[in-house]
Design a binder for this molecule. Structure first.
Ligand code: DAH
Length: 338
């Protein structure tokens, strides 16, 4: 082999062998195989050789290039292995990975979503109203007189301004009728507030879902059909309901709805799940006065309304014994619903 080429090969292999890192290795590649590298320069000699020596020289060039390329690859792999080993030094690859926990929906969110879904299928649209209300929307327009116990400061949170935290979502009925024209078919899920002593079945803030359907000729049969269907969808097709006469200021006649609860090993018992009734004409009169028109005149429209506590529905559905569990954010409890 041409002695220049032999010398280049020896020098290249030495440089490659002694390269301490990837950067030096890259430099060695440039020095020998690059455009201005030594082997490239040596290949220029080809032109000066007599014709008969050219093939041998060419062959030597190829051999040297092959040897240098192979050495570069081998050294590159060796350096990479060292780098990899250093990168994971101190990491215990036998340690089990961190568990990834997936979240779940809160039981209140689930019951609310279920209720909304069932009622939307029946054509009820979502409506909302403010949690800070005035006495007109919370009480007066709902035919609840000034001396009604619900209006007492002992039962209701009042602000100095005279405003209050709504005691029920029924106020959304009023706001909707003030702003829409019949037919109206809405549901309003949301928070309600009462000055109750906190215990296993009471919180001072809880969740309700209000419903209202107003049109021409809405009857008690419509109310019953809607709510029987609703509760059988929510709790199962065998759910038994009873409509027990009751009093609410804003409906006449009014009922409480009970469902029959079967608990293993005990006699079945009726448990109250909602209030409902046929909208009292006095409510339509108040709306007509507030709107200044006859769109909701009690001579023209009728309607039904209902209201239920979502916390209680969740407690019944999943056998939750204490309402406080719903707000404590204890993951041991919440995990059961994920
Ligand atoms: N507002 C009632 C409550 O908080 C629930 C209720 C009863 C709503 C009868 C209604 C209804 O719309 O018709 O206890």
């Amino acid at each position: 082999m041409n002695s220049d080429l032999a010398e280049i090969q020896t020098a290249a292999l030495a440089a490659i062998e002694s390269a301490p890192d990837g950067q030096s290795l890259e430099q060695a590649k440039i020095d020998f195989l690059g455009k201005k590298g030594r082997l490239t320069a040596a290949s220029g000699l080809m032109k000066t050789l007599p014709k008969e020596e050219k093939p041998a020289f060419g062959q030597s060039l190829n051999l040297v290039r092959g040897a240098i390329t192979a050495a570069l690859e081998e050294k590159g792999a060796a350096l990479q292995e060292v780098a990899d080993r250093e990168a994971i030094a101190g990491i215990d690859v036998t340690l089990p990975g961190r568990e990834i926990h997936s979240g779940g929906l809160h039981p209140l969110t689930r019951i609310k979503d279920d209720a909304i879904q069932i009622l939307r299928r029946m054509g009820f649209a979502l409506a909302e109203g403010p949690e800070i209300e005035d006495e007109f929307h919370c009480f007066d327009a709902l035919n609840t007189p000034a001396d009604h116990p619900a209006r007492n400061e002992k039962d209701t949170f009042y602000f100095d301004s005279g405003k209050l935290l709504r005691t029920h979502t029924s106020s959304v009925q009023v706001r909707t009728m003030e702003n829409q024209s019949p037919p109206v078919r809405i549901i309003a899920p949301g928070s309600a507030y009462r000055r109750d002593e906190i215990d296993a079945t009471h919180l001072s803030v809880f969740n309700q879902l209000e419903g209202l359907y107003v049109a021409e000729n809405v009857s008690l049969a419509d109310l019953k059909g809607t709510l029987v269907y609703f509760f059988q969808e929510l709790f199962g097709p065998d759910t038994e309901l009873q409509f027990r006469p009751h009093f609410f200021p804003f409906t006449e006649p009014s009922f409480e709805i009970d469902i029959k609860l079967h608990i293993a090993g005990r006699a079945p018992k009726w448990i109250e799940v909602a209030g409902c009734g046929i909208v009292d004409p006095a409510v339509f009169s108040a709306i007509s006065k507030s709107r200044g028109d006859e769109a909701f005149s009690p001579d023209k429209v009728t309607g039904f309304a209902f209201g239920m506590g979502l916390d209680r529905l969740a407690m019944i559905k999943w056998g939750i014994k204490d309402i406080r569990l719903l707000i404590e954010n204890d993951t041991r409890f919440l995990k059961q619903f994920a």
